[in-house]
Design a binder for this molecule. Structure first.
Ligand SMILES: [Zn+2]
Ligand SMILES: [Zn+2]
Length: 202
């Protein structure tokens, strides 16, 4: 189970979302968003930030992702394929997401069990730590999606509203009203709107 890279801003999480998702589900979904955001249209560099094994290693380290990590080209290719699959899943509506989540869990023969490791309290794993990384990423994401679907909260899995960004983010705002993946995108869109207004006025 990944931990958040940054301490979550408590003002970002209202009581209702805390009741909707457990911390491990939030962490799993935020890891998925970080994985999805390695594609060129979402990454900070504008390049594919999952194009070599070292980049995958850095992502895993940043999220304290535990378990097997081979660090080879084959694993990278599998994780890239998992990224494609999760990008599609992130955008599905609730009923379509159910089919895909069930397919992932069935293909991996997922077997949920409670585990405690490192400094984390009891949480669910549905694969063994020795299963291939891409399979564990898919299954952990699918388990988090189980919670999202049961809570009827798929609208909180968002894609950035900036037309030049495909950043993915988990919207934990009070009214599920967050538009942008980052302050960077929000500021860029606001600056553009400001320039357009100034040009109209001039
Ligand atoms: Zn874990
Ligand atoms: Zn964005």
């Amino acid at each position: 189970m990944p931990e958040s890279r940054y301490a979550r801003d408590s003002s970002d999480i209202d009581v209702r979302s805390q009741l909707i998702f457990t911390d491990d589900t939030v962490d799993a979904l935020q890891f998925v968003a970080a994985l999805l955001d390695t594609v060129p249209l979402a990454s900070e560099s504008g390049a594919d930030e999952l194009s070599e094994p070292a980049q995958l290693s850095r992502l895993l380290a940043a999220w304290k992702y535990s378990g097997r990590h081979d660090g080879d080209a084959r694993e990278l290719a599998e994780v890239r394929a998992a990224r494609d699959r999760l990008r599609a899943l992130w955008a599905l509506d609730r009923d379509a997401a159910v089919d895909e989540v069930n397919a992932i869990l069935a293909q991996a023969r997922a077997l949920p069990r409670l585990v405690r490791h490192d400094d984390e309290d009891w949480h669910i794993h549905a694969t063994s730590p020795e299963a291939p990384l891409a399979e564990r990423i898919l299954v952990e994401a699918a388990m988090a999606f189980v919670d999202v679907i049961r809570a009827d909260a798929t609208e909180r899995l968002r894609t950035c509203a900036a037309d030049d960004c495909e950043g993915s983010f988990l919207d934990l705002s009070k009214n599920a009203s967050r538009l942008y993946c980052s302050a960077r995108c929000g500021n860029r869109v606001a600056a553009r709107a400001h320039r357009a207004r100034a040009a109209d006025a001039g």
